[in-house]
Ligand binder design. Structure first.
Ligand code: BT5
Length: 326
């Protein structure tokens, strides 16, 4: 009922009377009053004037389905969204519910208390300053193909940022950088049998409206936000929807035959890595080389210092910058 009343308020230009809302939904005036109050508690600014009725003045800056849907053009991605004000980790929650949910379901939170990176690392997720969400996927392809899915997320974020007027680069396989500093990280996790995927969870975290002093001390020299770089507040609702739109477009071919050629092309064109000297970290060993390309399987092609050329399926790399490897 609350959602329907919100919809009606949005659609009506000017005031809508309590009487009209009661007629529309067949509920009492008291019930309407209760729902309006609940919407106000959610952050909607609603003016109420006796004999005139109710008018929506403003909507809160939150990432619920109701708020992002006007920008969404997907068939199934983000058409069901579990929205949390605070959560430990959207990836953790997504994995808990994935068995009973359909592909495309999204878990989003305004804040994560235990946001996670790869290998047990942390993802800083301050409240309402970023976008933190996870998408549940159920592709019927071989589990071996899943690691390249991260590139679908990376290409989607890169193009969505471009559409918002922010130029970024993709640091294979899971980071988005602006001028060499990390603005977004992607964590892809999977549950599978030997040759069948149960589910994949792709978590995307983006630093959106953080000011410089809101970036944690230890990340100051390697992290940034969209606001810091573009010197403007960014519309989080629109950005999240654009990412989901582009994600679905790149993901559909993967569902068909496990290929993601369009996404890989975006990752190549906007790569922060190709042509640069890189350090490949594998457990405790480090190898130096030059990144040559990303092949059609989504692997990074590297020429090592001994002249050997190898394709790397997934892993940790750092790029040589002016101050050494970052
Ligand atoms: C990642 O790991 O970059 C994956 C991050 C995924 C976060 C999303 S948010 C929604 C979903 N739910 C989750 O719990 N996670 C996902 P990795 O490549 O391992 O990078 C982690 C490293 O990035 C940390 O060790 C820090 O050095 C740095 N870092 C942490 N928070 C950051 C931030 N907000 N901005 C930039 N860098 C950060």
């Amino acid at each position: 009922m609350k959602k329907k009343i919100l919809e009606l308020l949005r659609e009506s230009e000017g005031f809508i009377s309590g009487e009209k809302i009661s007629e529309e939904f067949g509920v009492t005036r008291a019930a309407i009053w209760k729902n309006i109050n609940s919407l106000k508690e959610d952050g909607y600014e609603i003016e109420s004037i006796s004999r005139k009725g109710y008018r929506l003045l403003s909507s809160p800056d939150i990432l619920s389905y109701e708020e992002i849907k006007s920008y969404l053009s997907t068939q199934f991605t983000g058409r069901k969204i579990y929205y949390y004000d605070t959560i430990k980790s959207t990836n953790k929650m997504a994995k808990e519910i994935a068995h009973n949910e359909e592909e495309g379901v999204v878990i989003v939170a305004e804040e994560q208390l235990e946001g996670r990176g790869r290998l047990g690392r942390t993802w800083e997720s301050p409240k309402k300053k970023g976008i933190y969400f996870s998408i549940i996927l159920k592709p019927q392809v071989h589990p071996m193909k899943v690691s390249k899915l991260t590139l679908v997320g990376a290409a989607a974020v890169n193009l969505a940022l471009e559409e918002m007027g922010v130029t970024s680069n993709i640091k294979w396989p899971n980071d988005i950088l602006i001028k060499g500093k990390k603005v977004c990280g992607i964590l892809t996790e999977m549950s599978s049998e030997l040759n069948m995927i149960n589910y994949v969870v792709m978590g995307i975290g983006i630093n959106v409206n953080l000011d410089r002093n809101e970036i944690p001390e230890d990340l100051q020299d390697k992290a940034t936000s969209l606001k810091i770089e573009s010197k403007d507040e960014i519309n989080r609702k629109k950005l999240m929807a654009l990412i989901l739109n582009k994600f679905e477009k790149f993901y559909l071919p993967f569902k068909e035959d496990g290929e993601i050629l369009q996404a890989i092309e975006v990752c190549r064109k906007n790569s922060a890595v190709i042509g640069n000297e890189v350090q490949i970290l594998n457990g405790s060993t480090k190898k130096l080389g030059r990144a040559l390309d990303i092949n059609d399987a989504g692997e990074l092609v590297v020429e090592f210092t001994d002249g050997k050329i190898q394709s790397i399926l997934s892993g940790e790399i750092s790029i040589r910058g002016i101050n050494g490897y970052i």
